[in-house]
Write a protein that binds this ligand. Structure first.
Ligand code: FES
Ligand code: FES
Length: 167
C-alpha cells in the first residue's frame, strides 16, 4: 500500500521510495539526500545524522542489500531500490535478534552510532552467516563510535551469527 507524505511548498520532484517493504510517494528537491527524505519526509529518525559528509557512518541504511551512507546519497537515486532502515528490523513488537545481541553484549552507550552499526552488521550477516572477527571489523570500518564500543559491537555481531542470524 502506498503512503503519501505531506508535501512541502519548497519541494519540487515526486518520487516513490520503497522503505522497509512499503512504498512511499514523496515530493522532494533534486538535492534532497536519502537521510533527509527518511528523517524529514517520512519521520524515520532512527537513521542518525552525525557528520552529514560521509565520514562517520551513523546514517547507514541498506539499499538492495548493500550498506550505504544515506547522508551522501540523493533520494532520487534510490528510487526502485529496496531500502531498509533500523525501524524495519522490529517485527510484531519484537526487536530483531541482532538488536537484542547489541543490548545483551552491552554494545550501546550514547547510542548515536548504533543504528548505523547495526545496519552495517546486518548487511554483513545477511550474506555471510558465519563471519570472522576480521570480517566484522571490515563491515563496520565505516562506522565511527565516539564512545569506543567496538569490542562489544564485534562481540554482539559474532554472538548473533552464532545464534543463527541470517540462516
Ligand atoms: S552522517 Fe552520514 S556518514 Fe556521517
Ligand atoms: S555508542 Fe556513543 S557513539 Fe557509539
Amino acid at each position: 500500500m502506498a503512503v503519501r507524505s505531506t508535501p512541502s511548498p519548497t519541494l519540487s520532484k515526486e518520487i516513490i521510495l520503497n522503505v522497509n517493504g512499503m512504498e512511499h510517494e514523496l515530493i522532494v528537491e533534486s538535492r534532497t539526500t536519502l537521510a533527509e527524505a527518511l528523517r524529514i519526509n517520512l519521520g524515520l529518525t532512527g537513521t542518525k545524522l552525525g557528520c552529514n559528509r560521509a565520514m562517520c557512518g551513523s546514517c547507514t541504511v541498506i539499499a538492495d542489500g548493500l550498506p550505504i551512507f544515506s547522508c551522501t546519497t540523493l533520494a532520487v537515486e534510490t528510487q526502485g531500490k529496496s531500502i531498509q532502515t533500523i525501524e524495519g528490523l522490529e517485527k510484531n513488537g519484537k526487536l530483531d535478534p541482532l538488536q537484542v545481541s547489541f543490548i545483551e553484549e552491552d554494545a550501546v552507550q550514547c547510542g548515536i552510532c548504533i543504528p548505523g552499526m547495526i545496519m552495517s552488521s546486518k548487511a554483513l550477516l545477511d550474506k555471510c552467516d558465519n563471519p570472522t572477527e576480521e570480517e566484522v571489523m571490515d563491515a563496520i570500518a565505516g562506522n565511527l563510535c565516539r564512545c569506543g564500543t567496538y569490542p562489544n559491537t564485534i562481540k554482539a555481531v559474532l554472538a548473533a551469527a552464532k545464534m543463527g542470524y541470517g540462516r
